[in-house]
Design a protein. Structure first.
Length: 407
């Protein structure tokens, strides 16, 4: 693996760094002010549309999606760009049309959507005209095991009827969220991993009710549309809204989560870099017990440990991206699991130290640290909890020795 960025990546990095300095960072206080002034607590704000228009004009658009639909970048090329956007996670990914959950949903539509589905839903998402949601998690079952999903998707003539309740459906409170990708059971008699299907449900479909926004450590995450509880009650959609075929839901979910997991981890590296920067600036500017806080031994330990952890996680993320490009998601399974386990925990630790260094300011709204910590801590549940990834990784590791013992 070559650790140097290629010429295309370097060119895009320079353009993106310039955009961050000229537009994203100056827009952060404007963004916060507009969020406080808006009438609908779940809608987007004008500064976001302005940033999206400027980013697209500069060619900083749809970096996450390879192939003809996106910017044509590999995972390895995208990784350092996603890292930069992680320094301003509420603004930069959205400005570049590289924000979850739309990224994963666009990947699903690009890989598994029909021509009509792509025309109707993928293209407006690629153009940044609408938002979307991925409805999988349910309040009444342990959703970390997708086989438990109980929402029903039943064929009735030329339609499918959907019944069930979902929650923590990211972005669904946003009025611009126009399409839901819903996972449910279409055949309870099939093999365990072939009972699930995915289907497209437009927001205005009768029987679909977006009930309330769930909080995350007290935050609404309203800037991107929150995390909704959604009810489907005899919700009918045309049969052609099914993604590929019945029983393919589990396979689609795995394909979606592979890239989604690494994208989160790419951005987390940038988040950690910003947290370390804030930690250093804060401890250099404040004094306790007769000397700058930065000269306290424990603080220097935090700074050194933070740098080591950032470098380790960046290398593992880059290796994972490289493997996904060269041997595919299946070949990178171990590394994908590893970064999902290690990166959020490492970045959570760094944010914790930055918060500690800021004292009361660290948990306040005057600095981004508390909200960033809440987001990182949540990622240890999102896309599967740590324990599920560790279980899967351990099974894969032990498989080598089971095969050896059977000889």
């Amino acid at each position: 693996m070559d650790f140097a960025y290629d010429a295309k990546t370097e060119e895009l990095r320079e353009k993106l760094l310039a955009f961050m300095d000229s537009h994203i960072y100056p827009a952060e206080p404007v963004f916060r002010q507009q969020l406080e002034e808006r009438e609908n607590p779940w809608s987007s704000v004008p500064i976001v549309a302005e940033l999206k228009a400027e980013a697209r004009k500069r060619g900083l658009w749809n970096f996450f999606l390879p192939g003809d639909h996106g910017a044509g970048l590999t995972n390895l090329q995208y990784a350092p760009l996603a890292e930069i956007t992680g320094r301003s996670p509420h603004l930069a990914p959205t400005a570049l049309n590289c924000a979850a959950p739309d990224t994963g949903n666009m990947e699903v539509l690009a890989m598994f959507g029909s021509d009509q589905q792509r025309k109707q839903w993928l293209q407006p998402l690629l153009d940044g005209e609408i938002r979307s949601a991925f409805a999988m998690t349910e309040p009444d079952v342990a959703s970390s095991d997708a086989r438990n999903i109980s929402t029903s998707i039943k064929r009735d003539g030329d339609e499918y009827v959907i019944n069930g309740r979902k929650w923590y459906i990211s972005g669904a409170m946003n009025p611009n969220c126009q399409i839901f990708i819903v996972m449910g059971k279409s055949d309870e008699e099939a093999a365990p991993h072939q009972q699930q299907s995915m289907i497209l449900v437009p927001r205005d479909t009768p029987g679909l009710t977006v009930k309330r926004g769930m909080h995350v450590f007290g935050y609404t995450d309203g800037d991107h549309g929150g995390h909704a509880e959604v009810e489907f009650e005899n919700c009918r959609v045309p049969a052609e809204n099914l993604l590929t075929e019945e029983g393919s839901g589990f396979a689609i979910a795995q394909a979606r989560l592979g890239a989604g997991r690494i994208h989160h981890c790419m951005r987390l590296i940038g988040m950690a870099e910003r947290a370390l920067e804030l930690l250093c600036r804060r401890t250099m500017s404040r004094s306790t017990f007769g000397k700058p806080i930065a000269e306290q031994g424990v603080v220097q330990d935090w700074i050194a440990e933070s740098r080591v952890r950032i470098e380790l996680q960046r290398l593992l993320v880059l290796k994972t991206a490289w493997l996904m490009d060269t041997v595919g998601n299946r070949g990178a399974h171990t590394e994908i699991q590893a970064i999902k386990i290690s990166t959020p925990s490492a970045v959570e630790w760094i944010l914790d130290k930055a918060i500690q260094a800021h004292g009361a300011g660290g948990v306040s709204q005057d600095f981004p640290l508390a909200e960033l910590w809440a987001g990182v801590r949540t990622l240890r549940l999102a896309d599967g909890p740590d324990e599920v990834h560790k279980r899967s990784l351990a099974h894969r590791e032990l498989k080598k020795y089971r095969t050896e013992s059977a000889r």
